[in-house]
Write a protein that binds this ligand. Structure first.
Ligand SMILES: O=c1nc[nH]c2c1ncn2[C@H]1C[C@H](O)[C@@H](COP(=O)(O)OP(=O)(O)OP(=O)(O)O)O1
Ligand SMILES: [Mg+2]
Length: 197
């Protein structure tokens, strides 16, 4: 099995990716490289930021790296918070403050205009230079109040109409059936098989 270092410091992502990669790769993460500096996300797109993180960590560790850059695009906010999702309410990347700010920003927006999607870009980078880039999305609506305690980030506000639950009310197995991250990783696994890396 191939070794992969997950180029993330986000524990929610790390746990989901580890579960989704079980059996397909031996997974390390930046928890195993505590000296790895904070990587600046200067890109204007999810894939550009994932590329920056994957390249940095492949170089830093000498192992193949898999980076995830993801976030929430809300239609009524013209796609915001987008690539700024983690820092929507400030540099300290506080999920609760981000959720509060999102609710405030949508205070006057009626239910039918609260459509949104999670987007996940995954970039895999080999130390020998090969790279693979994929994306997955998950459609929903921003709820009027947080519900559920599972998951991380904006999950308590991401309502999935077909399931009548927020992502934070789903078990990890249920979330992994529909999430932007699992869809992107399915594409990545298919690319790995096709290219033999
Ligand atoms: O499944 C998800 N469920 C809820 N929220 C989510 C999800 N997926 C991404 N998100 C939110 C969290 C964070 O506000 C932003 C990611 O920001 P992003 O820069 O990609 O990650 P990060 O800075 O937390 O960790 P790192 O860059 O080390 O991977 O989108
Ligand atoms: Mg980040």
């Amino acid at each position: 099995m191939k070794n992969i270092v997950l180029a993330t410091k986000n524990e929610g992502k790390r746990m989901e990716l580890e579960t989704l990669l079980a059996g397909a790769a031996t997974v390390y993460s930046l928890r195993d490289y505590p000296q790895c500096p904070e990587i600046e996300e200067t890109g204007e797109t999810f894939v550009a930021n994932a590329r920056i993180k994957a390249e940095y960590v492949a170089e830093y560790t000498g192992f193949p790296a898999l980076a995830d850059d993801s976030g929430l695009a809300v239609d009524a906010l013209d796609g915001a918070p987008g690539v700024y999702s983690a820092r929507f309410a400030g540099e300290d990347k506080d999920d609760e403050k981000n959720n509060e700010k999102l609710l405030r920003s949508l205070e006057k927006v009626p239910r039918e205009e609260r459509t949104a999607r999670f987007i996940c870009a995954l970039v895999y980078k080999d130390p020998n230079g090969d790279s693979i880039e994929v994306e997955g999305t998950c459609e929903g609506e921003i709820a009027s109040e947080p519900r559920g305690t599972n998951g991380f980030g904006y999950d308590p506000l991401m309502y999935i109409p077909a399931l009548q639950k927020t992502l934070a009310e789903l078990s990890s197995e249920e979330k992994n059936r529909i999430s932007h991250r699992s869809k992107a990783l399915q594409k990545m696994k298919a690319e790995w098989e096709a290219s033999g890396v």
